[in-house]
Design a protein around this ligand. Structure first.
Ligand SMILES: Nc1ncnc2c1ncn2[C@@H]1O[C@H](COP(=O)(O)OP(=O)(O)OP(=O)(O)O)[C@@H](O)[C@H]1O
Length: 335
């Protein structure tokens, strides 16, 4: 049984649909990347799963965590899942850290909440977690406030909080986007080593295919509220088949004969509620036929470990540069 199975998940805000039937599975211990341009529905998918959307949102379909159905679950049931079974971290640590409470105390409180430890036992566990995420001199720094830590260290503290409940799944929503290249690389390494140490699964939400390839063995590409391509990271980097995925690769700045080159995808992601008929990517795509503008392609298996939602997937003659030649905007070379 998968750890998490998302089936036909739909979300609408005040009647405007933003997710159109997401299917995803996360196996125990695996790391899955969720990529796509801003507004494709990556965050909303997991906020819906955890019951964190505002009241105006209507959620349909199913999110199963083992035997438990999360869509429509009671507030208490979802509170028990959040932190203890599934933890989520965000780009901005201030969304998780309270600026007026000492950092170690906040982590100790999370340990108390999720694990039932109290007093010194909770503080010791908080210090262990601070050490695990690489805060130097954790005993002394337990009493520091968040503003006394650097941006990267705040990100580490947020990860320590997320680990306080020993979750089976960590959803990391753009955890490195706001960080400079060196710190970004350190946080990616941290996620990789924590996963190896704890065995927890990771969903890594990012715009950065390079970062995703370092952390994840599978990737789901989302566009306008749908999954348009999913497969192993290796398969995706060998050859993307959906023209949108190919567009994401081409939009990565790379060094080509000593000159930086990138080809942005023309146009923008359509607004929810204003999707064109047929394939939502068709107006931006260079591989269309009439069919693409009139009919909606379903996500179907393409024979390898891949599924794609495209009437004209890119053929074998189109080769994407080998991963080791790709250099991301943040300077991370994918290998
Ligand atoms: N609370 C909300 N009310 C109304 N619309 C929302 C709300 N939250 C998200 N949306 C819309 O849902 C769509 C999906 O948003 P989502 O945040 O999931 O995108 P994303 O792919 O995670 O993008 P980003 O990378 O910018 O976070 C967007 O069109 C967004 O404007």
């Amino acid at each position: 049984m998968p750890l998490v199975e998302v089936s036909n998940l739909t979300v609408a805000f005040s009647g405007t649909q933003v997710l159109h039937g997401i299917d995803l599975t996360i196996e125990k211990g695996e790391a899955v990347g969720l990529v796509g341009e801003s507004g494709c529905g990556k965050s909303v998918t997991w906020l819906a799963a955890l019951g964190l959307l505002p009241g105006k949102a209507t959620v349909g379909g199913s999110v199963r965590l083992g035997d438990q159905q999360l869509v429509g679950a009671s507030r208490t049931a979802l509170e028990n899942v959040r932190g203890s079974r599934i933890a989520m971290i965000f780009q901005d640590p201030s969304s998780s850290l309270n600026p007026v409470i000492r950092a170690g105390r906040q982590i100790a409180e999370a340990v108390e909440l999720h694990r039932g430890l109290t007093g010194k036992a909770a503080s010791f566990e908080a210090i262990r977690l601070m050490e695990l995420v690489g805060i130097p001199d954790a005993v002394r720094r337990f009493d520091n406030f968040p503003h006394e830590f650097s941006g990267g260290q705040n990100q580490r503290l947020m990860i320590a909080m997320a680990l306080s409940g020993n979750p089976d799944l960590l959803v990391a929503d753009e955890p490195t986007t706001a960080l400079d290249a060196t710190i970004q690389a350190q946080i990616l390494d941290l996620l990789i080593s924590i996963r190896a140490e704890t065995g927890m699964a990771i969903v890594f939400i990012s715009h950065d295919l390079g970062a995703v390839s370092q952390v994840c063995e599978r990737v789901c590409v989302m566009y306008a509220g749908r999954v348009v391509e999913k497969c192993s990271t290796e398969t995706l980097f060998r050859q993307p088949r959906h023209p949108y995925t190919r567009g994401l690769f081409d939009a990565i700045p790379r060094l080509d004969g000593g000159r930086e080159r990138m080809v942005p995808i023309p146009g923008t992601v359509p607004q929810p509620g204003r999707l064109p008929g047929g394939c939502a990517f068709a107006p931006r795509c260079g591989h269309t036929s009439e069919l693409c503008h009139n009919s909606l392609p379903q996500l179907v298996s393409l024979g390898d470990d891949r599924a794609a939602a495209c009437f004209h997937p890119i053929g074998d003659s189109t080769i994407v540069p080998a991963p080791h030649t790709v250099q991301t905007k943040q300077g991370v070379t994918v290998s």
